[in-house]
Design a protein around this ligand. Structure first.
Ligand code: RUQ
Ligand code: CUA
Ligand code: CA
Length: 610
């Protein structure tokens, strides 16, 4: 067997050499150990913070632990997700809501936490769907979206922000300009709006017309202004014409002034929403000229300044948040996109083209001092957003910063022609930034926000409160309610379905009302029904009602998809579907005939499959 024993010898020599080399690199070694210690969370211990990352084209929100980078949860919102039995069946109301409001998928960009006194209160997380002009509200006590709304008069819901300090309103930017012929004074065929929503009712209260594509949003810390970057003041319809001007703008909207104008009936109502035309309402909109196709806009934690990132200009523009005057425009590097903050007067700006995070001192930059750049660190690669823990609130923690990178190139083994998305955690507690760790996520986070784990702990619910239509144990029943309709009231508890079989007829509509009657946390049961596209997950206390077609004659085992006990695999029951014209009581029908499988279109086929 061992035809080349010398190979083994050579290999072991190399290993030894390698070991010696590694041990010899004392400095590197200890830097690595220190970094590892900073992100190590021992089994059974909690991460200090929970991060909410937008899922991008995954249509969801990813929940990660910081500093460990562990993926803790995915909250599906704008996409059906089998893992959580979310919006899978045609008749699932959540799926119907998705379809009614635009599509079965979404592009989530900007997670925003509701605030009380300028810090997250753990009540809501808001998230936009850029693609279909939607915003969802996630309840953080259940980690589930309870509202999904479509915003009228707007396409491309991009930047969103809560109005600080007390989440008075939610701001949503319309990125893709639309013809607005309904407006009386309308010099331009295309225009856009900033929408203002009530965070409780999720109703759009009013909109303010702004010409040019609206990008990222933030608000002043005193409830006075919303700020939106506008990168297409040219109102071009193609890329070349969108980059003509040296300066575009930050659009500052005076919220109390806008509310007063709306109350005075100054809005032009379109699709039920009053739209304010700034030309008719002086003082509502101020355009602050900033270079050039700006992207991010971020208000400093103390509320003094608004920082607009130049994107096509190597500068950030520092604007006084009260006077709306530009106070400085320092150079920071190539492709500045977003800015976040620590608790010691420093700003951190992502540089897409330089693949760097640059740390700069705000006061020094405002005063024009030459040494305002504090540090730079390389990231891997082409960073989009970045967020320091608490950097988007009035209380930054100044310890960790997350870099959300667009390309990972050499960081992981390729997964086919694709590479995983790369997030990097940076220690910002010292003068110099330190790279701690990188970790992948599914595609493709744009932005992140964080809460202390200690806050979440006090908020999350153990079980669902029983709904009015909950099925109670002992009250399960199967009732024929019409010639082609059967209602099944079912309960689930470890590890059985009651009833554990029921019979219907081909052509029946089956209405299943099912309650998980467990009363302890985490005891989830599933209800999956083969060949009926039916997969529901039921957390404890949860009730779900769904109507589906009985389908072809046969025996169908419903079974539990969530491993719940030693008898989880035995947690099953039968739906017996009797042929339409048969009067025989069903015992053992043959299974329905299957459709044969095929090669998946669009994937390169091997010879064997051709
Ligand atoms: S945007 S980087 Cu919504 Cu900055 Cu993606
Ligand atoms: Cu219930 Cu597995
Ligand atoms: Ca432009």
């Amino acid at each position: 067997m061992n035809r080349h024993p010398w190979l083994l010898v050579a290999a072991s020599v190399l290993v030894t050499l390698g070991l010696v080399h590694t041990m010899g690199c004392g400095a590197t070694r200890s830097a690595r150990s220190l970094a590892a210690e900073k992100v190590y969370v021992a089994p059974g211990e909690l991460d200090k913070y929970y991060g909410f990352l937008s899922g991008g084209q995954s249509g969801s929100v990813f929940v990660i632990g910081v500093p460990s980078g562990r993926l803790i949860r995915e909250i599906p919102i704008f996409e059906p997700r089998a893992a959580y039995g979310y919006a899978v069946h045609e008749n699932d109301p959540r799926r119907q809501l998705l379809l009614a409001t635009g599509a079965l998928w979404g592009d989530t960009h900007h997670p925003m936490l509701s605030e009380t006194k300028g810090i997250p209160d753990g009540k809501y997380l808001f998230i936009n769907d850029l693609a279909n002009a939607r915003v969802a509200r996630v309840r953080l006590d259940y980690f589930e979206a309870d509202r999904i709304v479509k915003i009228p008069n707007l396409q491309g819901a991009h930047g969103i922000a809560v109005v600080s300090p007390d989440t008075h309103l939610l701001v949503v930017n319309g990125e893709f300009e639309q013809p607005t012929d309904g407006l009386v004074t309308n010099p331009a065929p295309y225009t856009s709006v900033v929408a203002f929503l009530d965070p409780e009712s999720m109703e759009v209260k009013f909109q303010v017309r702004v010409d040019g594509n609206l990008d990222i949003a933030d608000t002043s810390k005193d409830g006075r202004y919303s700020f939106s970057t506008v990168y297409n003041l040219e109102q071009g319809r193609d890329m070349g014409s969108m980059i003509q001007y040296d300066r575009d703008a930050v659009a500052a909207i005076d919220i109390p002034a806008a509310e007063k104008a709306v109350a005075a009936g100054k809005g032009h109502v379109r699709n039920g929403v009053p739209i304010l035309d700034p030309a008719e309402n002086p003082g509502v909109l101020t355009l602050i000229p900033v270079p050039k196709n700006p992207h991010g806009v971020n208000v400093t934690p103390d509320g003094r300044y608004v920082i607009a990132a130049g994107k096509l200009s190597p500068t950030v523009t520092i604007i006084d948040a009260h006077t709306l005057k530009i106070v400085a425009e320092p150079e920071v590097g190539l492709g500045p996109l977003h800015t976040t903050f620590d608790d010691r007067g420093n700003a951190f700006t992502s540089l897409f083209l330089d693949s760097q995070v640059v740390k700069w001192n705000i006061d020094k930059a405002v005063k024009g001092a030459s040494d305002y750049i504090v540090d730079r660190i390389n990231v891997h690669y082409n960073i989009g957003h970045l967020q320091a823990v608490g950097g988007d609130t009035m209380h930054p923690y100044g310890d960790y910063l997350l870099a959300l990178n667009k390309l990972s190139k050499d960081q992981y083994l390729p997964v086919g022609p694709d590479m995983p998305e790369n997030q990097e955690l940076i220690d910002i507690s010292g003068e110099k930034m330190k790279m701690l760790a990188s970790f992948p996520t599914p595609p493709e986070p744009h932005d992140a926000t964080f809460v202390p784990a200690a806050l979440l702990k006090t908020i999350t619910k153990q079980t669902y409160a029983p709904a009015d239509d909950a099925v109670k144990a002992g009250q399960e029943k199967v009732v024929r309610t019409g010639p082609h309709a059967v209602t099944v009231d079912m309960t689930l508890i470890r590890s059985a379905y009651t009833p554990d079989s029921f019979q219907v007829k081909e052509g029946d509509q089956v209405t299943l009302r099912v309650t998980n009657v467990e009363t302890i946390r985490d005891m989830i049961h599933g209800f999956a029904l083969p060949d009926h596209n039916l997969n529901i997950a039921l957390p404890p206390g949860y009730t779900k009602t769904i109507t589906f077609d009985a389908g072809k004659p046969g025996v169908y085992w419903y079974y539990c998809t969530n491993f719940c006990s030693a008898l989880h695999l035995e947690m099953r029951g039968r739906m017996l579907v009797q042929p339409k014209d048969s009067t025989v009581v069903l015992t053992d029908w043959h299974a329905a005939e299957n459709v044969k499988g095929q090669t998946v279109p669009g994937v390169p086929s091997t010879g064997a499959n051709k």
